[in-house]
Design a protein around this ligand. Sequence first.
Ligand SMILES: Nc1ncnc2c1ncn2[C@@H]1O[C@H](COP(=O)(O)OP(=O)(O)OP(=O)(O)O)[C@@H](O)[C@H]1O
Ligand SMILES: [Mg+2]
Length: 342
Amino acid sequence: MAHTTEPADTTDTADTADATETAETAARGGTVSLADLEARAAARGAASGYGHDALIVCDRLVRVYSTDGIEVQALQGLDLLVERGELMALVGASGSGKSTLLNILTGLDVPTAGSASVAGCDLLNMDAATRLRYRREIVGFVWQQTARNLLPFLTAHQNVMLPMQLRGGGPGGRRARKSRADELLDILDLAHCRDLRPAQLSGGEQQRTAIAVALANGPDVVFADEPTGELDSSTAEQVFAAFRRVNDELGTTVVIVTHDATVAEEVRRTVAIRDGRTASEVLRRTEVDEHGRESVVAQEYATIDRAGRLQLPRDFTEPLGIKERVLLELEEDHIQIHPDRA
Ligand SMILES: Nc1ncnc2c1ncn2[C@@H]1O[C@H](COP(=O)(O)OP(=O)(O)OP(=O)(O)O)[C@@H](O)[C@H]1O
Ligand SMILES: [Mg+2]
């Protein structure tokens, strides 16, 4: 009933073909019949397309940079799904590909291979006019460098007005735009900063103004690349609180990219990127016990890519001496992974 795989990488296990074969092997000799497994897969809606109802879909995304004949594979077949209304973070070491991914999702860069779509827009096939509209209306972004987010000679209110003016048209004209800018400044606790220029604002106020600017045209999703990288921890906490409020009150999907793993405490889902691929994720949920006390439970999951590959954490493989291959055993409701003792 056991089945041995020989992965290309040291700790990657099982591709789809192997997994199917394992299931069949188990079905022949074990307690689970193939018909059972097929029925379960059908019940789970296996026929529907990958990420058909997700807001952001990255499918085997590849980005290769070539400079002076040297190739850098910044993204190596990255899969990611983000549902509408999520507040999530992408974390990873320096150089893992976070900014590369964000540049693609904000329409600044085009992937080498794979596919990516946001709110139904195919990011590989957009002409220049569609790309401009996408960047103005579908997505908003907040960068780490405050200077990149705001124009220094405009007040906070004028900065928030600017994307709406660039877009032009829109319902209600100038008065509606003005009151929307005030509304956004209010939501972000910035009413007192309305007529101040960026240089007169604190770092946290500047970043919160940047969030208001990103929201000006009511985007489906706001992306932020290290938005708290230049802030101390208590100011950073205020900026995270601002993202949470925007997510709660406006329902805007928020994706925050950072190398700071403590961000996991600020969001509901954290996806870790390693070597240009998603490797694991942490989900946080609030549980209420029988006495009505609330506690936050965080659970870490390994992610399985589209080809069925799974990366085993080194903390698990090293103590067991797992190196090139493992034995897999399919049980009724789980899979066992054993070190190869042969
Ligand atoms: N324009 C470019 N030309 C060549 N290589 C690049 C370019 N941009 C990024 N890279 C390389 O791609 C890889 C991923 O870079 P990326 O900037 O996406 O990492 P990151 O996860 O954002 O890191 P950090 O946390 O330091 O911001 C790195 O090896 C980087 O050197
Ligand atoms: Mg980066």
